[in-house]
Design a protein around this ligand. Structure first.
Ligand SMILES: Cc1cc2nc3c(=O)[nH]c(=O)nc-3n(C[C@H](O)[C@H](O)[C@H](O)COP(=O)(O)OP(=O)(O)OC[C@H]3O[C@@H](n4cnc5c(N)ncnc54)[C@H](O)[C@@H]3O)c2cc1C
Length: 665
C-alpha cells in the first residue's frame, strides 16, 4: 500500500482480510510489469512529496483567474522537476499529462498539456525534417509553447466548413491569414487563451486563386519577450466550462496576418515559391497521429473511471444505511444487491477498457513498424478501431462515473468528492478528438463498406462471409462472444437493409444515410463492444496469471459481458431473424441468473480489487475514497476550509439579511 495510515476504518479493514489473490500481481498487470510499478511509485514519491506542489486553498474557492495562475505556477514547477526525475523525462511527462499522477497536482487541467499532447505531435506528424529541425528543439526546451487550433466558433466537426483562410502571396512569398467572419474565429483550443505563444493553425489554403482545402500552418501568436499578441492577432480565453477550467481554452482571430511560406507544415503537401500546389503523396499517413491520441484518450478515461470506482467502492463499504434484516445492525450499503449492480459493472469495465486499449496500442505499434517499411495497409482498419474504442470508452465511461456518483448518495454531490471533476474530464472526451456520434457514423461507413464489398481489415474480418446464429444457449465465454459477433453482423445487415429500403423508395444516398443513422450507430456500437469483449476474453487466455488472479478476472470478465448483453437486450430482438425468439428468452433467463450469482461472488473482493489499482489518496482527491476510510472526519475537515466558515457571522448578514429581517415586510 502506498500510504501507511494509523487509522483504518474497521469495515474496510475487514474487507481487506483474507484476500484470496495477490493485489500486487494485479497492480503489476495494470502498470505493465513489476518494474513499471516500481518506477511509477518512485515517480509518485518524487512529485507528491514536494510541498510547493500542494494546494494551500482548495481550488473550488479560488476565482477563475486565480485558479489559472495557481495551476500555471505548479505546471511550470513540474517542468523544472523533469530534469531530475527518477523515471526519465518521457515517462515523467506522460504521467504528468495523464489522469493519474498529473491530476493529483493539476486538478483542473494542465495549461501546458496541449503543447505536449497536440502541438509537438502535430509538428512531428506534419512538419518536414527541416521544419522539425527549426521548431522541435525550441518546443522541447519550452522556448516556445504551442497549441493546436482547428475548431472555430462556427465549425468543429465539419473540417471543410472551416472559414479561416491562408492565401499565398507569391510576391512576398508569404501566406496571409484571415478570419473573414466572427464564426471563423478559432474557438476551443486548449492553452490558447493565455499560455501559448505559438500554434499549429488549420486554415483553408488558397493559392493561384484556388482553394486546396484545410492545411496546418505554424503561427507565432505572441511576442516571445512581452507575451503581447502580435499585431493582426486577436486572442482571448473563452471562459468557464463544465470542467478542465485551467486548460485556458481560447479564441483566436486573424486580421491579414502574414507568415513566411515555409510555415506551411509541408510534410504531406507543399506550396512552391511560385505558388504551385503539390498534392500529398498519401493522405492516410496523417491517420497515425490521430490513432495515437485516441489510444491515449482511452487510457485516460480508464484511469478516471478507476478513480471513480475506487471512491464509490470504498465509500460503499464504509457507509451503513437502512435495514436489510429487521432488527439487525444497518448493513454496509455495498451489501445491497442493487448497489453491487451499480458498482461492479464499472469495476469490471476498468479492466475491459484497459485490456482493449492495450490491444489497440499493440496494433498501433505493429502498424507503425509497417509504415516504416512503406506498408500502409493496416492504417484504415486501425483508424476505424481507434474511433470506435474512443467513442465507446468515453461514452460508457461518462455514464459509469455518473452511476458511481449516484451510488454515494448526497455526499457524492459534494465538490470535494471529486466526482464533478472526474465527470467533467471524462465527458469532455466524448466531444474532443472527434465528436462521438460523428465517430460512430464514420465507423459505420467502414462496416457497411466491408460487409457489402466483402473485403476489409483484420478488425472487420467477421463481417466477411456468413456466420450462423447459435442453435442452443451456450453459456461458455466463447458462446457469449459468438452472440456478440452475431449481433454485430446482424445490426450491420439491418442497417444495410434500411439503406436499401430508402434507396428503393428513390431516396438519394445521402438522405438514405441520414435516415438510417439510428441503425448505423447501433451497428458501430455493437462492433466496438465486440472488440472490447474479445480483447478481454483473449487477454485472459494468455499471460502467466496466478490461479487466484485468473479466477477473479474471469469472474469480472463474465460479469461484464453479461451486463452489456442484458443492457442491450433490445438489440438481440433487432437481429432476431438470425436468433430464434425462444432462444433469446432463454438467453436472458440463464444470463440474468448467472449475472446475479457473479455479483455475489465478486462482492467480497470489491475493496481488494480497487486497492489493486494502487491509486494514492492524492490522486483520488476525495474524502469518500481515501484508503483509511475515515470518511466523516475528512468531510468535516474539508467543510472547515470553506471561506464561509472563517467567521461565525458573514459580513453580508449585516449588509443584506439584517435589514430585510428588520424591514417588517
Ligand atoms: C474540453 C474541450 C477541449 C477542446 N480542445 C480543442 C483543441 O485543443 N483544439 C481544437 O481545435 N478544438 C478543441 N475542442 C473542440 C472540439 O474538437 C469540438 O468541439 C468537436 O470537434 C465537436 O465539434 P463542434 O463543437 O463543432 O460540435 P458540432 O459538430 O457542431 O456538433 C453538435 C451536434 O451536431 C451533431 N453532428 C455534427 N455533425 C454531424 C453529422 N455529420 N451527423 C450527425 N450528427 C452530427 C453532433 O453529434 C452534436 O450532437 C475542444 C472541445 C472541448 C469540449
Amino acid at each position: 500500500m502506498s500510504q501507511k495510515e494509523t487509522y483504518e476504518n474497521p469495515d474496510l479493514k475487514k474487507e481487506r482480510q483474507n484476500c484470496p489473490f495477490n493485489k500486487e500481481e494485479i497492480t503489476n498487470l495494470l502498470d505493465g510489469g513489476k518494474e513499471k510499478t516500481a518506477e511509477r511509485k518512485q515517480l509518485e514519491n518524487y512529485i507528491l512529496s514536494d510541498e510547493q506542489l500542494k494546494d494551500a486553498v482548495p481550488m473550488e474557492y479560488l476565482s477563475h483567474a486565480d485558479k489559472y495562475a495557481e495551476e500555471l505556477r505548479k505546471a511550470c514547477l513540474l517542468m523544472h522537476k523533469l530534469e531530475n526525475s527518477p523515471a526519465g523525462q518521457v515517462p515523467t511527462l506522460r504521467a504528468l499529462m495523464g489522469a493519474g499522477l498529473g491530476s493529483a497536482v493539476l486538478k483542473e487541467g494542465n495549461p501546458l498539456a496541449l503543447h505536449y499532447v497536440m502541438f509537438i505531435p502535430a509538428l512531428m506528424g506534419q512538419g518536414t525534417i527541416d521544419q522539425q529541425a527549426k521548431w522541435l528543439a525550441k518546443a522541447y526546451n519550452l522556448n516556445i509553447i504551442g497549441t493546436y487550433a482547428q475548431t472555430e466558433l462556427g465549425h468543429g466537426t465539419f473540417l471543410r466548413g472551416l472559414e479561416t483562410t491562408a492565401t499565398y502571396d507569391p510576391n512576398t512569398q508569404e501566406f496571409v491569414l484571415e478570419s473573414p467572419s466572427l464564426t471563423a474565429y478559432k474557438w476551443w483550443p486548449g492553452s490558447l487563451g493565455k499560455t501559448a505563444n505559438y500554434a499549429v493553425v488549420m486554415a483553408q489554403l488558397y493559392t493561384k486563386g484556388k482553394c486546396e482545402g484545410t492545411h496546418p500552418f505554424m503561427v507565432q501568436l505572441r511576442d516571445e519577450e512581452t507575451h503581447e499578441p502580435l499585431p493582426g492577432i486577436v486572442i482571448g480565453e473563452i471562459g468557464p466550462k463544465l470542467g478542465m477550467n485551467t486548460n485556458d481554452n481560447g479564441y483566436l482571430g486573424f486580421e491579414k496576418f502574414r507568415i513566411p511560406r515555409d510555415q506551411l507544415l509541408m510534410k504531406h503537401s507543399q506550396v512552391l515559391e511560385d505558388g504551385t500546389y503539390v498534392k500529398p503523396t498519401n493522405s492516410k499517413l496523417s491517420y497515425a497521429t490521430m490513432v495515437f491520441v485516441r489510444v491515449v484518450v482511452c487510457q485516460d478515461v480508464t484511469t478516471n473511471l478507476r478513480k471513480a470506482v475506487t471512491i464509490a467502492t470504498r465509500y460503499s463499504c464504509v457507509r451503513r444505511q437502512s435495514e436489510l434484516k429487521p432488527g439487525d445492525r444497518e448493513p454496509q450499503v455495498m451489501d445491497y444487491q442493487a448497489q453491487q449492480n451499480k458498482l461492479l459493472p464499472p469495476l469490471a469495465a476498468t479492466f475491459a477498457f484497459q485490456l482493449a486499449s492495450d490491444h489497440l496500442w499493440n496494433l498501433y505499434n505493429t502498424a507503425n513498424n509497417n509504415i516504416e517499411q512503406g506498408d500502409l495497409e493496416l492504417l484504415p482498419d486501425l483508424h476505424g478501431l481507434s474511433c470506435a474504442l474512443k467513442a465507446l470508452c468515453s461514452s460508457e465511461g461518462a455514464n459509469f462515473v455518473e452511476v458511481c456518483r449516484q451510488s454515494c448518495g448526497g455526499h457524492g454531490y459534494m465538490a470535494c468528492s471529486n466526482f464533478p471533476r472526474i465527470y467533467g474530464q471524462v465527458t469532455a472526451a466524448e466531444t474532443y478528438e472527434g465528436e462521438n456520434t460523428v465517430l460512430w457514423l464514420q465507423v459505420a461507413r467502414y462496416l457497411v463498406k466491408t460487409r457489402k464489398e466483402q473485403t476489409g481489415g483484420l478488425s472487420v474480418k467477421y463481417l466477411i462471409g456468413e456466420e450462423k446464429g447459435p442453435k442452443t444457449v451456450d453459456t461458455t465465454l466463447e458462446g457469449i462472444v459468438h452472440l456478440y459477433r452475431r449481433t454485430a453482423v446482424g445490426l450491420v445487415d439491418v442497417a444495410i437493409a434500411e439503406l436499401e429500403k430508402s434507396g428503393r423508395k428513390g431516396e438519394a444516398p445521402h438522405d438514405a444515410w441520414n435516415h438510417a443513422a439510428v441503425y448505423l450507430i447501433k451497428a458501430a456500437q455493437a462492433h466496438a463492444r465486440l472488440f472490447v469483449v474479445e480483447s478481454f476474453v483473449n487477454s485472459l487466455k494468455v499471460g502467466n496469471l496466478s490461479a487466484p488472479v485468473r479466477t477473479v478476472l474471469s469472474q469480472l470478465c463474465e460479469l461484464f459481458i453479461i451486463y452489456w448483453l442484458l443492457e442491450r437486450s433490445g438489440e438481440l430482438f433487432f437481429v432476431r431473424q438470425f436468433i430464434k425468439k425462444r432462444l433469446v428468452t432463454v438467453e436472458f433467463q440463464v444470463r440474468t441468473l448467472l449475472y446475479v450469482k457473479l455479483l455475489a461472488a465478486i462482492r467480497p473482493q470489491a475493496v481488494n480489487l480497487v486497492d489493486s489499482f494502487d491509486l494514492r489518496d492524492e490522486i483520488l482527491a476525495s474524502p469518500l475514497g481515501c484508503w483509511d476510510g475515515n470518511v466523516y472526519q475528512r468531510l468535516f475537515d474539508e467543510a472547515a476550509k470553506s471561506p464561509l466558515n472563517q467567521s461565525s457571522v458573514h459580513e453580508s448578514f449585516h449588509k443584506y439579511l439584517k435589514p430585510l429581517l428588520k424591514s417588517n415586510l
